[in-house]
Design a protein around this ligand. Structure first.
Ligand code: TUI
Length: 320
């Protein structure tokens, strides 16, 4: 099986992380991924400090393997969430939507591994200099809030900028896609959308059903005109959003329309008026499976793909 530096650094068997999906990724999903040999991640972005503490303790009961918490740095309670991670000494923290620089010394003091999502090679370099353990580079194929570059373009640029391990995210649901990420220089992959369909994923059943039924052409992006693009599945909300967006509605009105919508879909199951965030890969996600099956399928698929690749091309066969 594929082993990389990331496995050693994090103490995991396979270099696969589960995305810390807000309002969705709980202790049960995270523990299942960690028990399957990857790194499960609890969403911190959508919880109060006390809710997060409970979820971390539950995860510790469900697994003795390492797991992580995702911190959304732009949330008003980010400092409190970080304090809980420090107090509970979670093994790994991933961060999104901001620069975690000022918190790194505190994490390092507790031996907590830190993995920020970086949106540029400049930030990746800065993060490496201040001692983070790895970075996630998330391409715009991903679900939810997205940047501008595709995984295919972003990964090599970050790999060239730093010498710490780079974890590829966005557009990865299959073994072949994981193999492609490794070919681009990534030493790990982060998967979100495919885990939405996991048996152990407690997202509202109606959300899961929409993910399972969605075709590639039902994936859309709202918020391009406001500068906050979000990838999600088409529904009444996205149609209303598009109408307003292209009729010149003020930015504030659009942002107001988007507020609270992920929770509405993920917790309440309103898949017409909630945000059903999912990545471009959603068309590949057609059956509910256990986390273990998903992890095994992606990792074995990646290995098979990389092994078979040379055999497919005659120049390599001749020089074997
Ligand atoms: O965060 C995401 N994707 C998301 S978050 C989300 S829902 C949510 N929204 C609000 C609160 C709680 C949950 C749905 N999808 N991806 C990670 C990510 N981080 N993508 C991009 C970044 C990022 C952006 C700018 C990281 C760093 C950065 O700049 C920092 C700097 O100082 O330059």
């Amino acid at each position: 099986m594929i082993k990389t530096r990331l496995c050693e650094i994090l103490g995991i068997e396979y270099p696969i992380l589960q995305g810390g999906m807000a309002w969705i990724a709980d202790a049960e999903l995270a523990a299942a991924v960690s028990n399957a040999g990857g790194l499960g991640i609890i969403a911190g972005g959508s919880r109060s400090e006390e809710e997060l503490r409970k979820e971390i303790r539950k995860c510790k009961e469900l697994t003795d393997k390492p797991f992580g918490v995702n911190v959304m740095l732009m949330m008003p309670n980010a400092e409190g969430i970080i304090k809980v991670c420090l107090e509970e000494e979670v093994p790994v923290v991933t961060t999104g939507a901001g620069n975690p620089g000022k918190y790194i010394p505190a994490f390092k003091e507790k031996g907590i591994k830190v993995i920020p999502v970086v949106a540029s090679d400049a930030l990746a370099k800065r993060m490496e200099r201040i001692g983070v353990d790895a970075v996630v580079a998330e391409g715009m194929e991903a679900g939810g809030h997205i940047g501008k570059l595709t995984t295919m373009v972003l990964i090599p640029s970050i790999v060239r900028a730093v010498s710490i391990p780079v974890i590829a995210a966005g557009g990865i649901a299959l073994g072949e896609q994981a193999a492609a990420a490794f070919a681009l220089g990534a030493e790990g992959v982060q998967v979100g959308t495919r885990f939405l369909a996991a048996k152990e994923c407690n997202v509202h059943p109606k959300y899961k059903e929409r993910v399972l039924k969605a075709r590639f052409n039902q994936v859309t992006v709202t918020g391009i005109t406001t500068g906050h693009p979000v990838r999600l599945l088409e529904n009444k909300l996205t149609k209303k959003f598009a109408e307003l967006e292209f009729s010149g509605a003020p930015k504030e009105e659009l942002e107001e329309l988007g507020r609270g919508r992920l929770r509405l879909a993920a917790e309440k199951g309103d898949v017409d008026w909630g945000s059903v965030m999912a990545g471009q890969v959603v068309g590949y996600v057609n059956k509910e499976e256990s986390v273990e099956e998903i992890v095994r399928d992606i990792m074995e698929g990646a290995e098979r793909t990389l092994k078979n690749l040379c055999g497919k091309f005659s120049p390599f066969q001749e020089t074997k």
